[in-house]
Design a protein around this ligand. Structure first.
Ligand code: NAP
Ligand code: 3JN
Length: 344
């Protein structure tokens, strides 16, 4: 990778995704000459681990981007709405993890295994998709190329870490409370999440779907560059700490057998096939946590339609679903010379 002189900022560095971003930059030896940690005034002055030491967290402000070439944002939609354009105007390229810019026509929405070429038309802001969309499109893309996807029906089983650090603590606390015969206290979620499932992620919209479900519909069409793909989703929060799972039913124009699908997936980037039901081999969040690949298994024919497949897809939501995808985007930007400051 071309190294240049990259000065990188992680905005939201104290959060679940931000910490994973710092870890990912370090693990992948991202070519940065400087890495800064930014967050709100609440955590300014605190330290976050990076490489062999600690970074002192700076408070994010309008001047933060003056000497920065690349900023990885994961500090919520309102922070991105306000600060991503300020960063871009200062010449700092933004990879944004929030939903604030995903559907803006001038902003590429990118999963490097699927649509890396969309990075070429960025104007300073690039959006990272929702975690549930990312792991699904990594698997759908090679199927679409092979047999054109007409319709997708997906149900998600999403880990609490997708909601952030406080939700991880809430599940831990509730499990402890229940084993001590205490009433579980719910603050992050509307109901207890321990030993429960909540068919409710993000807010409800006028059509009675949740925003998370509609993100999956719209983001999939934009990333795959095909608005004719019909998709319907049910997003469910489950009492798992790390790793989102998805049951995905796909209808294609051309018939693809499970055997052909296994070959297609095994040759596609970023995917590992784990599919030997007789040996009890299938993907699970306990195995995907901490891993970079997207796992697919339970590949079988949908016997109720002519050209249908059922799949089970699992990935680490904080890595491929957020931090890793953002860093992979940054790596492609560097490789293709798409960060202006890198050539200083
Ligand atoms: P989190 O654990 O709650 O962390 C939130 C981070 O944002 C903290 O570092 C917090 O800093 C910072 N922050 C909040 N308000 C800020 C402000 N006004 N200015 C500067 N920093 C601010 O949440 P998370 O799970 O890491 O998620 C963070 C965001 O990433 C989400 O809101 C979402 O937009 C995005 N995300 C995307 C995906 C995806 O699917 N791609 C998945 C999860 C999250 P303090 O310590 O100072 O409070
Ligand atoms: O709930 C999950 O598993 C993923 C959460 C993603 C998320 C959480 C808060 C705000 C998002 C997102 O990335 O879509 C947002 C957002 O809308 O920015």
């Amino acid at each position: 990778m071309k190294s240049g002189q990259l000065r990188v900022g992680v905005v939201g560095a104290t959060g679940a995704v931000g910490r994973e971003m710092l870890k990912t930059l370090e693990q992948r030896d991202f070519p940065a000459t400087q890495v800064r940690a930014l967050a709100s005034s609440r955590s300014a002055g605190q330290e976050v681990p990076f490489r062999d030491g600690q970074l002192v967290v700076e408070e994010l402000n309008e001047n933060s981007f003056q000497d920065m070439d690349l900023a990885l944002f994961s500090a919520g939609g309102s922070t991105s709405e306000k600060f991503a354009p300020i960063a871009a105007r200062a010449g700092c390229v933004v990879v944004d993890n929030s939903s604030a810019w995903r559907m803006a026509p001038e902003v590429p929405l990118v999963v490097p295994e699927v649509n890396p070429d969309d990075l070429s038309w960025h104007k300073g802001i690039i959006a990272n998709p929702n975690c549930s969309t990312i792991q699904m499109v990594v698997v759908l893309k090679p199927l679409h190329d092979a047999g054109r996807i007409k319709r997708v029906v997906v149900s998600t089983y999403q880990a609490v870490s997708g909601t952030g650090q406080k939700a991880v603590q809430e599940l831990e606390t509730q499990i402890r409370q229940m084993f001590n015969m205490q009433e579980p206290e719910a603050a992050v979620y509307p109901y207890q999440i321990a030993f429960n499932c909540l068919p409710h992620i993000d807010v409800f919209l006028d059509n009675d779907y949740t925003k998370e479900e509609m993100k999956m519909v719209l983001e999939t069409q934009k990333i795959m560059g095909d608005e004719t793909i019909r998709l319907t989703a049910t997003a469910v929060r489950v009492p798992v700490f790390y790793g989102h799972s998805e049951s995905v039913n796909v209808e294609t124009e051309r018939k693809i057998s499970p055997a052909e699908a296994r070959v297609i997936f095994s040759q596609a980037p970023g995917i590992k096939v784990l599919d030997n039901p007789r040996e009890k081999i299938y993907p699970m969040p306990i195995h995907a946590a901490g891993e970079d690949l997207t796992f697919v298994g339970r590949i079988r024919e949908d016997e109720t339609i002519a050209n249908g497949l059922n799949l089970w897809i699992v990935a680490d939501n904080l890595r491929k679903g957020a931090a890793l995808n953002a860093v992979q985007i940054a790596e492609v930007l560097v490789q293709r010379g798409l960060i202006p400051g890198a050539d200083r």
